[in-house]
Write a protein that binds this ligand. Sequence first.
Ligand code: PLP
Length: 463
Amino acid sequence: MRYVSTRGQAPELSFEEAMLTGLARDGGLYVPASVPRFSHGEIAAMAGQPYEEVAYRVMRPFVGEAFSDAQFRGLIDAAYGGFGHAARAPLVQLGPGHHLLELFHGPTLAFKDFAMQLIGQMFEAALTRSGSRVTIVGATSGDTGSAAIEAFRGLEAVDVFILYPHGRISEVQRRQMTTPAESNVHALAVDGDFDDCQALVKDMFNDFDFRDGVALAGVNSINWGRVLAQVVYFFTAAVSLGAPHRPVSFTVPTGNFGDIYAGSIARAMGLPVERLVVATNRNDILHRTLESGAYVKEGVHPTISPSMDIQVSSNFERALFDAYGRDGTAVAGQMDELKESGGFRISQGAYEGLKEIYASGRVSEEETSDAIKTTLAGTGELLCPHSAVGVAVAERHLDRSVPMVTLATAHPAKFPDAVEDATGVRPPLPSRMADLYERSERVTRVPGELAPIQSIIRERIAS
Ligand SMILES: *Cc1c(COP(=O)(O)O)cnc(C)c1O
């Protein structure tokens, strides 16, 4: 399997190269040159299989020569062995035709663990084989960073630097990043918002001297390996609700468009996904885009669902690439326009293509709190504020003939203040991390500027 850039100018890569590289050198994102399709029978045969077995079947065709069959199975088993639930991604019913896919049973209590735990295993295997080292630099709105640090802490061949917006993440998120004692872990608190952090990381990738000098590798949701790992639970959920004999829809609390894009890959692979519903908080660029056909940046507003406080949604570029019939030149043109004028209008044909797959909705802060409260009262399920955004939007899109699955993207205990404000109930941390508030923290505060951050990274990896 070969990988091509969404902007059409970077060299084609293998799976391993695309995974270790992250961002393509033309500024684009890597996508598979073609998406393999399962038969009806192959999807039906996934019913009742363990998560790890479905993961193997879904991901194997994308990985190519990077790992042998047996080695890849071993990496998958190691990735998910530490999850706190035997089903890995259990499905619970919220009401008639509405189900919640709990993706928060991993070591850092957010869905990011599904991808990051596997990426950690794959990086280690690939780097051990080649005897090389990499410097991982990532930006986080809270959950990616903690999941990355958890996945890479203590590994010999990797230093991991995580940029997070100072003061804009929850205390649990911060502590998960600042308390690991391993010397290869570096938490950087940036004066700025998440989009600033993400832009700094992009600038580091586009500075080829720096990029090659420190052997930069990216594990942000632009990394194809991340998207791939997230395709799996769309299959396990849909099959347990009757696919491929019956279609299923999904509502996905969305920020960087990674998780929901994985759903579109599952659909392209033959899974009968009727509709993918984008759920946003007040930072609604994706909802506005799907309503109007124009992608226009606005300022970021802090909300109680901070992992979705994003205005530049990186993976949307992959959806655009598909909608433009995989025309990299067209995508590159739109991205230039975004950089120059802060927005672009999608062509009519591409817009219609997007509307065939995606629907969308936005909820206010009050509606989010309300969804946490009414879901607890109606079902006993405690939602994190991101999952609550999903549930509130999904309720507007319920269709009794097609089951709806809402993705629960984080554990309520990761956002205890918002949950307590909504319900009066303070969700406790699972016992395996109950001492998080007692561990000592280690973090470096940095200005939102490229040069000083690059110096810190160079110094730390040299020492
Ligand atoms: C990252 C994250 C999201 C958004 O996911 P994307 O793949 O960026 O769209 C939603 N909820 C939580 C809890 C997250 O950590």
